[in-house]
Design a protein around this ligand. Structure first.
Ligand code: ZN
Length: 200
């Protein structure tokens, strides 16, 4: 089991649609919720990091060539700094449709492999197949397994949600929200309703 690095079964379908913020960082709480508080490329979770300064707002199509998409929610991704830096201003296959269970496998030793040409290309472009990245995954696979066996409370912290889930209902995007139902399905609302799982 390589649980913390199991890629999602299906391509990601956006649940939020905020519009009109002047700066892309204002979309951060929406993106944190949208992408479940983890990097869309390597799946590193917020709770494994010191958080502050650990995550970037990634532009899928680079701003250098697509300045009109700088603050377009549909072009924004949530990524850890190493993945964001590795991507730079490159144009990559879309991680939301390419990095899925049928396209990626991660071994017990943390080795990642693409099962499709697109996934392989993206893995190489982001450097997810570098030795240090594999070591990092192997380490966390081991830590999570140990905690699951010997320390359930620690396991819940390692594999649970961050404490500061954003309350999206308090946010008012300047040009509205094209997917208002997403707010009701947010992690904060699920926690309030008692339906948020302890781990994910
Ligand atoms: Zn990452």
């Amino acid at each position: 089991m390589t649980v913390p690095f199991d890629y999602p079964p299906d391509p990601h379908v956006r649940r939020h649609g905020p519009r009109g913020y002047a700066g892309y960082d204002s979309y951060r709480p929406w993106l944190r919720d949208e992408f479940a508080f983890q990097c869309v490329y390597c799946l590193t979770r917020e709770v494994w990091t010191r958080f502050t300064g650990a995550y970037a707002i990634d532009h899928f199509l680079p701003v250098a060539t697509n300045p009109d998409l700088e603050t377009d929610y549909g072009n924004l991704l949530y990524a850890c700094i190493p993945c964001n830096l590795a991507k730079g201003s490159g144009v990559t296959p879309d991680p939301l449709s390419v990095l899925i269970a049928s396209g990626v496998s991660v071994s017990e030793a943390g080795v990642i492999r693409g099962a499709t040409p697109e996934a392989s290309r993206l893995i190489e472009m982001i450097g997810l197949d570098r030795a240090r990245a594999a070591e990092f995954r192997e380490l966390w696979i081991g830590i999570v397994r140990l905690a699951a066996t010997f320390d359930p409370a620690l396991h819940r912290r390692l594999m649970g949600y961050p404490a500061d889930l954003p309350d999206l209902s308090t946010l008012v995007p300047p040009d509205g929200n094209t997917r208002p139902d997403g707010v009701k399905a947010s992690h904060f609302e699920k926690q309030k309703a008692g339906t948020l799982p302890e781990t994910y």
